[in-house]
Design a protein around this ligand. Structure first.
Ligand code: SF4
Length: 466
């Protein structure tokens, strides 16, 4: 395969990908979560929350529902596999308790307006209808959703009927993310996730019938037993129902880090060559079907709000991926959730016992966190620009942060010319621009500006770029 354009804004260049296919972070935050430390305590989080009284940024809320009915072998998320639905009822009571403590530290209710709410997991639809209703009531008790709020939920079609989707609509959800991965039965058997096309399409149709503004589907390439022809069929079928967004994730086989992956036979996983061909095919098909490359695994229709935000320069990136909401503080509720308040990041404890134990003492369930210094804040803005807009204007950085770009980033500037020679970036008089060929590798460019990464040489920890 040679370099060939497949859409006006992204092209697949096999040799470039091979050269730069190194491990790297995904930059849903900067600094990345591996920088968080236990020296950041509950007291620090309380202080950050109280500091919001002086400067109440708009709010976004993430709720983590960790439960799943069965295990998907590829999964590296923090989840609890159980058939015992009694466990979620208790969890919801404690979520309310956590909201009570957090909101007790915030400014009065009338300014606590929520621009964005997301339920993720695990499997949010593990909850019964009553539990979903109760959880939304708790949230509405503490927060006020703005008129244009983005209210989204991750749905596993295997456990959902049309009535549940209708309920989600009535509860106020207007965006839905549907896990598909691959429609091929052999792949589904190999990952222990049997999910018929009918049940998936039913959820998508029900979402549209119930007024959801945006439908996202998640696909994964590189899964065991996946073939080029089989994945081509999955892509055709997904494209035929015209989701507003398609996320195409890379399966990284790291059984030493993700225990469930030990159930996947290495010989069933496509080799690097085949995997690249599957990716090339996916990009070609999505481009031909009119999808725009947003960045880092995400494609959207040109009229989708993410694509519009990218065109208008207002696209942002947070722990949930790309978003149109700039500079929101993000409050995370539930185990392992990661939030951002002012110049701090905070992550919650990872087990139910720790979570319940902390809340029983009316303590916030903080596991670790991080306070950004002024250099982190500048670099966060630079990396955000690259990840979301694929270009960086030094003059803008100088104006915004009162620095001389060439001096401040002298080390980074010296590293840029080889990337330009390879065609990953263009060094233009007024900007650094990631080329169409470089877009799939944008995090390679972002990594140059990551001081922590450079200092710590922790590349071995991350999944491959592609
Ligand atoms: S992929 Fe989703 S449904 Fe499957 S085990 Fe992981 S969190 Fe649960």
């Amino acid at each position: 395969m040679s370099a060939h354009a497949v859409s006006p804004q992204i092209s697949f260049d096999e040799s470039l990908i091979r050269k730069y296919d190194q491990s790297g972070p995904r930059y849903t935050s900067y600094p990345t979560a591996d920088r968080f430390h236990n020296g950041f305590t509950e007291k620090d989080y309380r202080q950050a929350l109280m500091a919001r009284r002086e400067k109440p940024e708009p709010l976004s809320v993430y709720v983590h529902i960790p439960f799943c009915n069965t295990i998907c072998y590829y999964c590296a998320c923090n989840k609890i596999i159980t058939k015992d639905h009694g466990r979620s009822a208790k969890y919801i009571r404690y979520l309310a308790r956590e909201m009570d403590i957090v909101c007790g530290l915030l400014e009065p209710r009338d300014v606590r307006s929520l621009k964005q709410l997301h339920w993720g997991g695990g499997t949010p639809t593990f909850l019964s209808s009553e539990e979903m209703t109760a959880l939304m009531e708790h949230l509405k008790n503490y927060f006020t959703l703005t008129e244009d709020a983005e209210v989204s939920v991750e749905v596993d079609p295997r456990k959902v009927d049309a009535e549940t989707v209708a309920l989600l609509g009535r509860l106020g959800f207007n965006r839905i993310s549907v896990g598909v991965q691959d429609f091929n039965l052999e792949v589904q058997k190999a990952i222990n996730r049997i999910q018929s096309e009918e049940e998936t399409l039913m959820v998508i149709h029900a979402a549209r019938a119930n007024g959801f503004i945006s439908v996202n589907t998640d696909l994964i390439y590189g899964l065991p037993k996946q073939t080029i022809d089989g994945f081509a069929e999955t892509l055709d079928r997904v494209i035929s129902v015209s989701p507003d967004r398609i996320a195409l994730y890379n399966y990284a086989h790291v059984p030493h880090m993700a225990k469930p992956q030990r159930r996947i036979a290495l010989e069933d996983v496509p080799g690097p060559e085949e995997k690249l061909q599957i990716l090339a095919l996916a990009i070609e098909k999505l481009g031909s079907a009119g999808y725009i490359y947003i960045g880092m695994d995400h494609f959207a229709k040109p009229d989708d709000e993410l694509a519009r935000a990218q065109r208008e320069g207002t696209l942002h990136r947070n722990f949930q991926g790309y978003t149109t909401h700039a500079d929101c503080d993000l409050l995370a509720f539930g185990i392992s959730g990661i939030g951002k308040v002012g110049a701090t990041y905070v992550q919650s404890v990872k087990t139910l016992d720790d979570y319940y134990g902390a809340l029983d003492m009316r303590k916030l369930p903080v596991l670790r966190g991080y306070v950004l210094d002024s250099d982190d804040i500048v670099r966060r803005a630079v990396i955000q620009q690259l990840m979301c807009q694929f270009e960086l204007f030094p003059a803008k950085v100088e104006r915004q942060w009162g620095l001389v770009f060439d001096d401040y980033f002298a080390t980074e500037k010296a590293l840029l010319p080889p990337l330009a020679e390879d065609g990953l970036i263009d060094l233009l008089p007024d900007r650094i621009r990631v080329t169409d060929r470089g877009r799939l590798l944008v995090r390679t460019v972002a990594m140059l500006f990551d001081k922590h990464l450079r200092e710590a040489e922790v590349r071995g920890k991350y999944s491959k770029v592609i």
